[in-house]
Design a protein around this ligand. Sequence first.
Ligand SMILES: [Zn+2]
Length: 184
Amino acid sequence: MIVLVAPAPPFTPPVFEGDLDAQVPIEEALRAALAATRAHGAWPAAPWRVHLHTEAGSFARATGAPTGRSAQWVGDVLHLRPWEQLKRRDLGAVLRHELTHRRLAGLDLGRWEEEARCLWAESHRRPPQAWPPAPTFAQQARLNRALAGGTTREQAWAYRWLRAWLRREPLPAPPGPAQPPRPG
Ligand SMILES: [Zn+2]
């Protein structure tokens, strides 16, 4: 029996900046993540760069990202936390998430919807047969606000909400002073 295997997509490594000591493992992980996210959208032809920061402070200054964030796009540059921190996290999932952002960037999806698809791509090679029913416009607006400029608590809620939505599980209530304390 002859099994035909589709050829691996051509991989042009991005321009690599920063901590050159970890360039090889980062490029291997990027190659794997690009292959694993192929079904989530076309890879744009524009050049891109990867900046592996040597210090957490410079990553934070370049991105404004909270400490929980491992990677963040700024334009065509994918900023990565220092290797010492990154290698203790799930680098594959981080890169599948971020590369899917770049694949989806031209589609003009709502912020919540793009984020949901990237969360899905962390652990699925293909989109689902059908996405769950879209949230109400009010819910979408609340998610977009939380993702774009919310407090740490609001952002954490938005990610929890999107993960629950993708799994078709009960959706967590938003944080806020209006919420009564849980009984018991
Ligand atoms: Zn994201």
